[in-house]
Design a protein around this ligand. Structure first.
Ligand code: ADP
Length: 411
């Protein structure tokens, strides 16, 4: 890496999408979280279809969002198209200023506890984890292979969603099932959204003016997918997602916690196939299953109009959230802060208010006027007197991936 190489390209490859951000780390280091170092952001959607779309925003050039529609056959074509957009702004992928490419990789199993420079052995290991992450790891691998082919000379770094959770103690990570069966099939709780939980718990400590090692935080990452984590002194000690992202909170389309016997029942009594049960629990449950909508804005609008199904869906969502706040308070013993993040956590004041309502005895409260403030900055929403700080801390997974990548390659 040359001394002038200060840019990191972050790639998040899905099965038919490619999200990217180009960041200048000399800026982001001095403006952590403010996004000042973001040079370009974009997204390729519907890869492999006739109607693929590339949306590119050249932030550094101060230009407007550009949209291109037309067939993009595969991830290689997608990355080349992204490269052409970046080159048009003078930020091409062949630039000597590019220090590394950071890849989001969903499942790192137990092996990857840190961001890792990708070589053939690492690729093989990510491949070995496909059976436990069949939806995500193959897409991540495609992104990595494509980027390596395009810039074989450049360090490529994998940043794993599971890594932050590898500090979970065995008693939190193990399911209470036969040990031999569990070990043979690598069945245990891995947790996801780790990059966000790491970033938000650290930012929350910063907001409190404390060292992360001194504080215990409950992070509530409430997006379309949602997860909670208990972070003690900067280390994750429990998280709500498990072997897969299905466990835990009520989500946009996933059920979260459910009696596993429901699945036998659906097969034996309702005659559903394995795949149908999978689709039901992952795609047709959660808020969408309960009321037909998974967007919290729409649910709140319906509640305001007196819609009872939407109100019940909201109550079920909040009830589960409260149970996790209670459970993780017990796991941590002492809670210094509860931090809300992601689409719902950052924007839905009624969710934050309802989640801590009635928890005053546990030291939790929300100040209505602070909670109503809309802002992209980390902020406290609890009143002065509250023993536990309640915070809204916007997550930034791309910045976290870029920082971890840059730290590794510039070390
Ligand atoms: P993901 O990354 O899991 O797709 P996000 O973190 O982007 O999800 O969150 C998306 C969700 O955030 C939407 O489905 C919607 O429910 C919620 N959301 C976004 N903006 C608002 C808002 N202004 N008010 C309430 N909810 C919002």
């Amino acid at each position: 890496m040359t001394a002038t190489a200060t840019r990191v390209l972050v790639l998040n490859s899905g099965s038919s999408s490619l999200k990217y951000q180009l960041l200048d780390m000399t800026d982001t280091q001095s403006n952590s979280g403010s996004g000042a170092g973001r040079l370009a952001v974009g997204l390729v959607e519907r890869i492999g279809e006739e109607t693929s779309r590339l949306t590119h925003t050249p932030l550094a050039a101060g230009g407007d969002k550009r949209e291109t529609e037309g067939p993009i056959a595969d991830h290689e074509a997608a990355l080349k198209a992204v490269g052409a957009e970046l080159a048009a702004d003078g930020l091409g992928l062949d630039s000597p200023e590019l220090a590394a490419i950071g890849h989001r990789v969903v499942h790192g199993g137990l092996k990857f506890t840190e961001p890792t420079v990708i070589d053939d052995a690492v690729l093989k290991e990510i491949e070995r984890l496909v059976p436990v992450a069949p939806l995500h790891n193959p897409a991540n691998l495609t992104g990595i292979r494509t980027a390596r082919a395009l810039r074989p000379d450049l360090p490529q770094v994998a940043v794993f969603d599971t890594a932050f959770h590898t500090t979970m103690p065995e008693h939190a990570a193990r399911y209470a099932i036969d040990v031999a069966t569990a070990d043979a099939h690598r069945i245990r709780r891995y947790g996801f959204h780790g990059t966000s939980h790491a970033y938000v718990s650290r930012k929350t400590a910063e907001l409190l003016g404390k060292d992360p090692a001194e504080v215990n935080v409950i992070v509530l990452h409430l997006g379309n997918g949602a997860s909670a984590s208990a972070v003690a002194g900067g280390r994750c000690v429990d998280t709500s997602m498990g072997l897969t992202p299905l466990e835990g909170l009520v989500m946009g389309t996933r059920s979260g916690d459910i009696d596993p016997a429901v699945t036998f029942h659906l097969k034996r009594v309702a005659g559903m196939s394995e795949d149908e049960v999978d689709v039901l629990l992952n795609k047709k449950s959660g808020l969408v299953g309960l009321c037909g909508d998974n967007d919290m804005r729409e649910i709140r609008r319906r509640i305001d109009e007196g819609d009872e199904r939407a109100a019940l869906a909201f109550d079920i969502y909040i009830h589960r959230l409260k149970k996790y706040i209670g459970a993780y308070s017990a796991v941590l013993g002492r809670v210094d802060a509860v931090a809300f993040t992601a689409g719902v956590g950052e924007n839905a004041a009624p969710v934050r208010e309802a989640a801590v309502a009635g928890l005053e005895e546990m030291g939790l409260a929300v100040d209505a006027s602070l909670n109503a403030v809309r802002s992209g900055e980390p902020r406290l929403i609890s009143p002065e007197y509250a023993r536990v700080a309640v915070a809204v801390v916007p997550t930034d997974e791309e910045l976290e991936i870029a920082q971890q990548t840059y730290a590794l390659v510039s070390a």
